[in-house]
Ligand binder design. Structure first.
Ligand code: UDX
Length: 449
């Protein structure tokens, strides 16, 4: 249901298919409808839309209603129901002419472990996270740190990390939120019992963390990304969404701007700013005097003039879904204001642009630390916890730092470019991610019963 999970999963499926695997991609009818146009009739992925009564759970059933995000309670209901409703249908694969040799399941479907066990094949998880945040969360859990931390504001250090990572509880995914406790526990167990993790990352980006993960867990970790760089079908359909603005219109507008002059602003597929925060950001973007392209979902708090005149010399406001990968790779984009959802942050890395890191929820505060402190290709906007308001002046200052930033700004841009280059090399034939896909396939062939 979350595009931040579905898009890279589909890309992974495509990558495996490209390397000769026969892949069955199982998803909801809504996602299947979005993905189907990307597959040619003879594409080696077979797409299975499992029957699921989306509407009964208040979930969107067609592409156009995607913007209406389900509430956390509805999502919880969906996850609960998916256990009983989806699991039996997947078992039909047992009667498939080529029964699976491996199940790669999203971390939100812990029951997939049972199915893999019934099939007697390896089960690998995909969480959408990078290795850095996976390791942070795992180490906090393993050392019982959160039980010892009292208040939400107490700072603590994550044990067992190669570099110091200091956090407060509020910056972690809603681990302790009452309504998710059972689900989280099941996800933890399923992760522990899995044979390994598949990561949308690459060795050169997270080598130290990948090594620590492998050493401490004794499990395989296959970094096979960045998946957005592969020539995969979801790129041709705007990575899961229906573009709200003509793709060419976005790119035409960028074509007419100076190289590296545009700030691209997006908070992913689910991120919404509060109306006062939207107004502050609008004020800062206007005051910065820079060109900007702002992709906004919802849009409460957006100034009237932005609604009435979304496209001017200096701004382009896209309300809805935008072709993000194409935009980021355009030479006119010089900076990326991102919520640090891992797909977006990695797409920023691939594009070689420095970032303004503005985490909203989930593991995004951990990704912010990776981008700003470890990779040193971003500047934090300074939000300390979900929902914290950032004032216009602070946003403006951060924009200035990322787009200019004196000597450190120059170095940051150089580091960003170098990482982008490494990302491209990783996915080339014999690059580290290419080799990891080979290793993954070899592992499966060796372990299938
Ligand atoms: C979710 C969680 O929020 C995040 O913390 C976790 O790391 C992954 O899952 P999401 O909010 O969907 O992520 O953001 P992100 O990870 O950035 O994924 C969004 C994807 O949709 C990206 O691939 C992005 O390119 C694409 N996208 C988003 C578009 O193509 N157009 C849009 O307008 C918005």
């Amino acid at each position: 249901m979350s595009q931040g999970h579905m898009i890279p999963m589909f890309d992974i499926a495509a990558l495996l298919a490209l390397r000769g695997a026969s892949v069955t991609f199982i998803t909801t009818p809504l996602n299947a409808a979005r993905l189907r146009p990307a597959l040619s009739p003879h594409h080696p992925i077979s797409l299975v839309a499992l029957p699921f009564p989306s509407a009964d759970f208040g979930l969107p059933v067609c592409c156009e209603s995607f913007d209406a995000l389900p509430s956390p309670d509805l999502m919880r209901a969906f996850f609960e129901a998916s256990k009983t409703l989806l699991a039996p249908s997947i078992r039909y694969l047992r009667r498939h002419p080529t029964p699976p040799s491996c199940v790669i399941a999203d971390v939100f479907f812990p029951w997939a472990r049972e199915i893999a066990r019934e099939f007697g094949v390896p089960r690998l998880t995909f969480s959408g996270f990078n290795c850095f945040s996976t390791l942070c969360i795992r180490n906090l859990r393993a050392h019982g740190v959160l039980e010892r931390v009292g208040s939400e504001t107490e700072r603590f250090v994550v044990p067992g990390m190669p570099h110091e990572v200091a956090l407060v509880k509020a910056q972690l995914p809603a681990e302790a939120e009452a309504r998710f406790v059972d689900l989280r526990a099941e996800m933890r167990d399923a992760e522990e019992m899995a044979d390994g993790v598949v990561l949308n990352s690459f060795e050169e980006l997270e080598r130290e963390y990948l090594n620590v993960y492998r050493e401490t867990t004794g499990k395989e970790a296959w970094a096979i990304g960045p998946v957005s760089l592969s020539n995969n079908p979801s790129n041709t359909i705007n990575r899961g969404g229906k573009a709200s603005t003509d793709e060419l219109q976005c790119l035409d507008w960028l074509d007419q701007r100076e190289p590296k002059s545009v700030v691209y602003v997006s908070f992913g597929s689910m991120g919404r700013l509060s109306p006062p925060q939207t107004a502050e950001l609008a004020r800062a973007l206007e005051a910065s005097g820079r060109n900007f392209m702002w992709v906004i979902k919802g849009g409460d708090g957006l100034p009237e003039e932005f609604k009435e005149e979304p496209v001017t010399e200096r701004r382009m406001v896209v309300r809805g879904w935008a072709p993000q990968v194409a935009i980021l790779s355009h030479g006119a984009v010089g900076g990326f204001v991102t919520h640090c959802g891992w797909n977006s942050a990695l797409e920023g890395v691939c594009a070689g642009v420095p970032m303004v890191a503005w985490p909203l929820f989930g593991e995004q505060f951990l990704n912010e630390k990776l981008v700003v402190d470890v990779l040193r290709v971003g500047v934090r906007v300074g939000v300390e916890r979900p929902g914290g308001l950032v004032e216009g002046e602070a946003i403006e200052k951060t924009l200035e730092e990322v787009m200019e930033g004196g000597e450190e700004g120059v170095l940051r841009r150089m580091r960003a470019r170098a990482l982008g280059e490494m990302a491209r090399m990783a996915v080339e034939v014999e690059g580290s991610s290419y080799v990891n896909i080979t290793r993954l396939i070899e592992y499966v062939l060796k372990h299938k019963s």
